[in-house]
Every structure is written in C-alpha cells, then in structure tokens.
Write a protein that binds this ligand. Structure first.
Ligand code: ATR
Length: 279
C-alpha cells in the first residue's frame, strides 16, 4: 500500500500561516489522501529540520520567513528561477530522494495578476515599488512571463539598481521620479510591507499622477484593501489585492508536488470571506 503523503510549512513564526488550511481544503476537495502541517522551526534548527523532514518522508514542504535564503545549502538542486532569486519557498522530494528547491512567489503573483487582467497586457510599462525579497521574485517572474518594460522604484534606489542590473533590462528610479512619471505606467505593483495590518508605514509613494484605468496590484492581503489600493481606486485604477498571489503561489507548489492544479477561484472566494469576517 502506498504511504500517505504529507507536506509541511516551516518558518518562525508559523502559527498564523494560512497555508495548512488552504492545502488541506484542496486535499479534501480533490479526494487526495494527504496532510499538510505547520512546523515551527527556528533559524538554528533549520539544517536538522530539513534532515528530519527527509528522514520522516515528507513529500515536500513550503518554506517561509526566515528560511527562504538560508535553506539553499541544504538542498540538492534548484530550479532556475529559484537560483536567480536566491530564495526558495517550495521544496519537492524527487523520486530518487533528492531535494529540489523552487520559488513560486513571483510566478504566483503573475498568475494572480493575469487571472484579473488577462495575458495580453505584456507590452505595458510596469512600475514595481520596492526592492526587497518579494520585489526580486516578482521582477524575475515578470521577465520570465514576457513583461520587459519594467521600472523599479525604492526608498533605497541602490537596491532597485541591483535588481535591474541582474535582470539585464529596465530602469531604476527614485521615488520622486516615479511619482512624476506615474501616468506612463499601465501596471503599478506595490511590493513593500506598506499597509500591512499593524504596520505604521502606509504608502510607499503618492499616486497623484496615476493613470485612470491603470492596474494597481498589492502583495499585501491583510487587509484586503490597503491604503495603496484604496488610493489607486480613487484615481480610477483597477485594484488587484494580494490574496491571489498567496493562493497561486500555493497552487503552483501543489502542482509541483502532485501534478494537479487546484481550484484557485474557489479558494480566493473562501479566504476573502474569512478575511472580511475579521474586519
Ligand atoms: P520582503 O521580503 O517582504 O520584500 P524586505 O526584503 O525587508 O521584505 O523589503 C522591504 C521593502 O519595503 C524594501 O523595498 C524597503 O525599502 P528599503 O529597501 O529602502 O529598505 C521597503 N520599505 C520598508 N519600510 C519602508 C518605509 N518606511 N518607507 C519606504 N519603504 C519601506
């Protein structure tokens, strides 16, 4: 008899992760005999945790803060996008037992964006706000999916310049320059922690000159409507919240593990209801 498959998410903190309920709901919906559990793993315990997951036969797991970069030396193989990003959020145990790392965050963002705006807007000028780990993943994924007019702006411009240099195309600009030229962008992506519940920091830049009909996407999903999205909507933009990115990064991981793409629309609806009930 085949052993029951099991999966996990490792991170610190981990208690508030929505990944276990999402993946377990998909297993139920799809009649897959598997389980997904949250595991609290502190920084110094990472190497032993990976060895344990391997020994105990986990089929795969997700990796969250603070392990996305530090897990790299403990893996046997990296997908090319994960290698470029220098960060992993999904591990797959291959049939021969070797561990392969993927990063589905950036692709999750692009899937979520394209679910709303379609796949025919790749020639638009894109402004990416922020140059942290999340921005990096999104920048490389946008490029891989065919978006080549990418401008990155960040409080610390040098970090935006670094990502642009690695992409080998696009432009890095100051916050001021991004605000002044805002009307040229058809897609504006907010990838900093601005607007996150409990964050003091609300807006990464002024949307005064945002083009009417532009797409404004945020990676934050708690709250669903961030100050950035509210302000963008007031300027006549179409808002894409961060929940789709979360659900699609999970769906892409699920597909790497099990070879099936789960129903993302239903999950987005379900989680939207949950989040609205919190308000
Ligand atoms: P993540 O992995 O979530 O992207 P990160 O790597 O710490 O997190 O990146 C945080 C991003 O939010 C950065 O772009 C950061 O700008 P700096 O590179 O200048 O630090 C941005 N950020 C955080 N707090 C900010 C603030 N108060 N004002 C403007 N930008 C801020």
């Amino acid at each position: 008899m085949e052993m029951k498959k099991w999966f996990a998410v490792i991170g610190d903190p981990i208690a508030h992760s929505k990944s276990p309920s999402m993946h377990n709901a998909w297993f139920d919906d799809m009649n897959i005999d598997a389980a997904y559990i949250p595991l609290h793993v502190k920084g110094e315990a990472l190497e032993m945790a990976v060895a344990s997951l391997k020994t105990l036969g986990a089929s795969g797991w997700n990796v969250t803060i603070p392990h996305k970069q530090t897990i790299l030396p403990f893996l046997d193989e990296l997908d090319s996008l994960a290698e470029k990003m220098g960060a992993v959020n999904t591990v797959v145990r291959l049939p021969d037992g070797r561990l392969k790392g993927y990063n589905t965050d950036g692709a999750g963002f692009v899937h979520s964006l394209e679910e709303v705006i379609g796949m025919d807007k790749k020639d638009q000028e894109v402004l990416l706000i922020g140059a942290g780990g999340a921005a990096r993943g999104i920048a490389f994924a946008l490029q891989q999916y065919g978006y080549h007019k990418i401008t990155i702006t960040n409080r610390t411009v040098a970090k935006a310049e670094e990502i642009i240099a690695e992409l080998g195309e696009g432009e890095a600009v100051s916050t001021r320059d991004a605000e002044d030229s805002l009307n040229k962008f058809g897609i504006v992506i907010q990838s900093t922690s601005a607007g996150l519940a409990n964050s003091e920091f609300k807006m990464p830049l002024s949307l005064e000159k945002l083009r009417e009909g532009a797409i404004a996407a945020d990676i934050v999903y708690n709250p669903l409507m961030t100050p950035f999205l509210i302000s963008a909507q007031q300027k006549g933009a179409e808002a894409v919240n961060g929940l789709g990115m979360f659900v699609h990064q999970g769906a892409i991981a699920f597909n790497y593990w099990l070879g099936q793409y789960p129903n993302t629309n239903n999950m987005i609806k379900r989680l939207t209801d949950d989040l609205n009930q919190l308000v």
